[in-house]
Design a binder for this molecule. Structure first.
Ligand code: M6R
Length: 613
């Protein structure tokens, strides 16, 4: 969604800001803008469309010599919520006096009443945004001290925000604040940066301060002063980011998505490193911070998540119920949050989120905590809000995921949930021998994924069968049912082909009416429980002339004979099979989207991290 970059330093602020915005493009946006200080004044440039268009405008309007003298500024990519993606609605927004400039991520929920009140006091608004209202509010509170004005204004605000505020009257400082929308400060040498996402500033510094909700900070080239809204100093540690900017570059691949698909043998290895105790047949998940007794007392599990993470949760649910014998539900996070769920101290709620910032999942975490449940996070982004607020959990260690379509995070999520099932299971009904067998299966996954990736050419050929479709179905049973839904999600989000993931048995309860020779069905027929019954469902599809693509297990001659368009993946265990199936489906979706000429890394209307409910 929206992205923020800020810089206070020696020179070249424009270049730093534009480069930072380029690094945030993957988050999804529809307009961009910046404000920079040079030669005694703040200049604002905004543009609809891509950062490249903004950069052209900046270059056209400001000579290189002036830009080179810019010592500070703030910049933004906007994903429209209040008001269409127009230049007028793009950030930065100014206050009534035109002296104070502000960029904002999040939503000011009481903006309409604040706007009405200020209009009554003579304010004129130029945009339809909630952000401009906040800029005016800061302006009203401004008496020459920017930090005080921001802290005071925020006391009148309801909603979520990450903001950066800037004025020509104090060109050496940016005031930032956060509540429910991530913001971090990069501590450089002779320069300090601000960003909503570390990838924007990683080429300048790996030393960062993660702001927490309620923090307001003054950022200067030579230091940072963090306080709360009552202006009392608070201590925030400087953390070191353990990845560098090569992780946020394409590394020779045509798209981030493709790079991330091919990274999976390595990302999965990083996920399991140090967590598999082959001798004891157990999983070591120190971040859960639970004693064996606390683990044994958990008698209900709820996995909450959205999108791809939801399907990872549904996949993990099979393993947890079967291996640990704990009743487990997987719930769409927004539904969970508004449904008054029944939870107790012996319930554990596991929030699964790549970004750790998804608004619905975060709200579910807070609801579970209010109800006294144990809460754990399964997140990829270190220091993210869900990871911090959950207080316990398991990081994926999959590395930055830039492609909007989640790929390597899914496979690591499934593996982490399998490790959780193993850890919970060993304290209950799983023997050491069974545990050892599962550890061996888990350890083998990275190499098996490599073998699926080796079939990229064959998968690209199968993509030709889908490319002209208007609609497609993905079917599976058991552990492959959520995999089918994930395959359909991948296809629709990047290729814009309407696709539905269905339980293979459910097809004949309605959707089979849509099948014809133009509606392909992708059937997951790997050798796991349910395969034989899905074979029957495939016959039903073939009888209606639907073109079928099958994914099956190596050596399965029966599937290969029935379905000529068949991809064979290595044999593995029941709970690791969805990982291999989904890697194949990721590549299938990728190649279909490529053949259709779609903007794979930045699909229309989508954002990488969904921070609004
Ligand atoms: O960061 P999260 O895992 O919480 O994100 C959840 C969904 O927004 C995300 O998985 C989304 O569905 C992706 N675009 C799927 O590729």
């Amino acid at each position: 969604m929206c992205g923020i970059v800020g810089y206070v330093g020696q020179a070249d602020a424009c270049e730093v800001l534009l480069n930072g915005l380029r690094r945030l493009e993957y988050r999804g946006y529809d307009s961009a803008g910046l404000a920079f200080f040079a030669d005694g004044a703040v200049q604002v440039v905004r543009s609809v469309g891509k950062v490249a268009q903004l950069a052209e405008r900046v270059a056209a309007e400001w000579p290189a010599a002036v830009r080179a003298r810019a010592t500070a500024g703030i910049a933004h990519t906007r994903w429209a919520t209040h008001g269409a993606p127009t230049e007028m609605n793009a950030h930065p927004h100014a206050d009534e006096s035109g002296r104070i400039f502000l960029v904002h991520n999040g939503i000011i929920e009481n903006y309409a009443s604040l706007r009405r009140q200020m209009e009554g006091r003579g304010h004129h608004f130029l945009s339809q945004t909630d952000t401009e209202v906040l800029a005016h509010l800061v302006g009203e509170c401004y008496r020459g001290h920017l930090f005080e004005a921001v802290a005071q204004a925020l006391k009148h605000v309801e909603g979520t925000y990450g903001i950066a505020v800037f004025t020509a009257e104090h060109p050496g400082e940016i005031v930032v604040a956060r509540n429910g929308s991530p913001l971090l400060i990069g501590v450089g040498t002779g320069a300090t940066l601000v960003a909503s996402d570390a990838s924007a500033i990683i080429s300048h510094t790996r030393q960062v301060i993660y702001l927490q909700d309620g923090d307001v900070a003054v950022v200067r080239a030579d230091g940072v002063d963090v306080r709360n809204l009552d202006q009392i100093p608070v201590d925030r540690a400087v953390s070191h980011i353990d990845w560098d900017d090569t992780a946020v570059e394409k590394g020779g691949h045509a798209h981030f998505m493709l790079k991330e698909i091919f990274e999976q043998p390595e990302s999965l290895q990083n996920t399991i490193r140090g967590r598999v105790d082959l001798r004891a047949g157990c999983a070591l998940l120190a971040g859960l911070n639970l004693t064996p007794r606390e683990m044994a007392e958990v008698n209900r599990l709820v996995l909450v998540a959205c999108g791809t993470s939801l399907y990872a949760g549904m996949t993990g649910q099979y393993a947890i119920e079967d291996l640990a014998g704990i009743p487990t539900d997987t719930e769409q996070a927004a539904e969970f949050r508004y449904r008054n769920p029944i939870l107790g101290p012996d319930s554990m709620v596991v929030a699964v989120s790549q970004s750790g910032e998804t608004a619905d999942t975060l709200a579910a975490v807070r609801e579970a905590q209010r109800k006294g449940a144990l809460v754990a996070g399964v997140c990829n982004v270190v220091g993210s809000t869900i990871a911090r607020e959950a207080g316990r959990g398991v990081y994926l260690h999959a590395g930055p995921e830039i492609g909007v379509a989640s790929t390597k995070a899914f496979t690591s999520q499934v593996l982490v949930l399998l490790l959780l099932a193993l850890a919970l299971g060993r304290g209950r009904r799983l023997s050491r021998e069974e545990g050892i067998k599962l550890c061996q299966e888990i350890n083998a996954v990275p190499a098996l994924v490599q073998r699926v990736l080796a079939q990229d050419g064959a998968i690209a050929a199968l993509a030709g069968k889908l490319v002209a479709a208007q609609s497609a179905f993905f079917i599976g049973r058991g552990v492959l049912y959520p995999a089918a839904m994930e395959g359909a999600l991948k296809l629709k989000e990047i290729s814009y082909i309407h696709a539905e993931g269905y339980h293979a048995a459910e097809l004949k309860h309605g959707p089979i009416a849509l099948l014809d020779a133009q509606t392909p069905v992708v059937a997951l027929l790997l050798d796991v429980p349910g395969r034989d019954k899905t074979m029957g469902n495939v016959q039903e599809c073939l009888a209606r002339h639907a073109p079928v693509i099958a994914i099956a297990t190596e050596g399965d001659t029966e599937v290969a004979a029935l379905v000529p368009d068949c991809l064979l993946v290595p044999r593995t265990g029941t709970y690791t099979a969805p990982i291999l199936a989904v890697v194949a489906l990721q590549l299938l979706a990728y190649h279909v989207a490529r053949l259709r000429g779609c903007p794979i890394d930045q699909p229309r209307n989508l954002a990488k991290s969904v921070t609004v409910e």
